[in-house]
Ligand binder design. Structure first.
Ligand code: SF4
Ligand code: SF4
Length: 325
């Protein structure tokens, strides 16, 4: 701009005209600066508007019943061989525990009838699902009742290398995809990648292979003083990480696993019959989807305003402070 101004002024020799032109050019320059500032302010407003729109859209989505369940999470093991800080499933606090295969089959049969087999994707997880010595039986039952759904095994990968041929064959036969989360621990991913290649099983990392897992802190409010609606609409798990446990569906994975927090720290954050929907009492899919799209009384114990990333992944000391402000 300055160079252009100098060049235009050099073309005019008459001093009066020169002055007039100089004034005009100064006005143009000032207008140009004003417009630049206005554009900058508009860009800030636009960004703010977009953020508010996305926050509102996310709240509306949480409170809107899904057309059909996109994701259903199920534990194949309650406990874990990793010990993560503030685990949202409380698996670092849980004692060894596995679902009963017969009960699992009844639940999936009932769910299949209720949903007409329409569930987008199963996350068979935990805890660490590979601690369950009968994973392949759970794969087979899930595939039997949901022939069209995606089935993901969600694992930390520690036990993948030591799995037997039966396990890999069952993955292939039942079209299981393996979705590990990479933690900053020693796992021989090359051997696992080769095994998956040999059996034609998709291996897709949950977090980008280069990303170092961060630790999150899920802060609870044991007095239950939070606004349940406020917690629910801000919660990333609500109506998103739906969990099936013993024939009951919960809108997230904090409520169905709170028993481990209660037992470890002598607390009593209660789960009542209106915190879940029983698949044997629900009259149809519609009723289930409606239930999952609204806050449950337990939401009053989740202090969403204080949930945060605390930086690099770290291990748990199994202290109640991991879940308190
Ligand atoms: S690996 Fe997953 S389930 Fe196990 S303690 Fe860590 S976060 Fe919890
Ligand atoms: S109880 Fe409510 S707020 Fe807490 S994790 Fe579940 S859905 Fe989210």
């Amino acid at each position: 701009m300055k160079d252009k101004k100098r060049w235009i002024l050099s073309l005019v020799k008459n001093s009066k005209q020169h002055q007039k032109l100089k004034t005009k050019l100064q006005e143009v320059e000032s207008l140009y600066q004003d417009s630049k500032e206005k554009i900058r302010q508009l860009e800030i407003q636009n960004k703010d508007f977009k953020n508010r729109f996305h926050a509102l859209e996310s709240k509306v989505n949480k409170l809107t019943p899904q057309v059909y369940l996109r994701i259903l999470e199920i534990h194949l093991a309650e406990h874990c061989n990793l010990n993560c800080f503030s685990c949202s499933h409380f698996s670092q606090l849980a004692k060894e525990g596995f679902p009963n295969l017969n009960q699992y089959e009844c639940d999936l049969k009932r769910l299949s009838n209720l949903t007409y087999g329409l569930i987008g994707r199963f996350h068979l997880m935990g805890g660490e699902p590979l601690l369950n010595p009968n994973c392949k039986d759970f794969f087979q039952v899930t595939r039997k009742y949901f022939p069209k759904s995606a089935i993901w095994l969600v694992t930390n990968g520690i036990l993948l290398e030591s799995q037997s041929k039966d396990f890999w064959e069952s993955c292939k036969e039942n079209k299981i995809e393996i979705h590990p989360t990479k933690y900053p621990i020693k796992v021989n991913w090359e051997v696992i990648e080769q095994k998956c290649k040999d059996f034609g099983i998709p291996l897709i990392f949950f977090n980008n292979t280069q990303v170092i897992k961060a630790s999150l802190k899920f802060v609870l409010e044991p007095k239950g003083n939070c606004n349940p609606l406020d917690s629910f609409v801000k919660c990333g798990m609500a109506n998103n990480c739906v969990q099936l446990r013993n024939g009951k569906l919960y809108p997230c994975n904090i409520a169905p696993n709170i028993q481990y927090f209660n037992a470890a720290f002598h607390q009593n954050l209660p789960i009542t019959p209106i915190d879940f929907i029983d698949i044997y009492k629900a009259k149809d899919y519609h009723e289930i989807l409606q239930f999952l799209a609204k806050p449950i009384p337990f939401c009053r114990f989740c202090n969403l305003a204080k949930w945060k990333s605390i930086g690099e992944w770290k291990t748990s000391k199994k202290e109640i402070g991991e879940y308190l402000e």
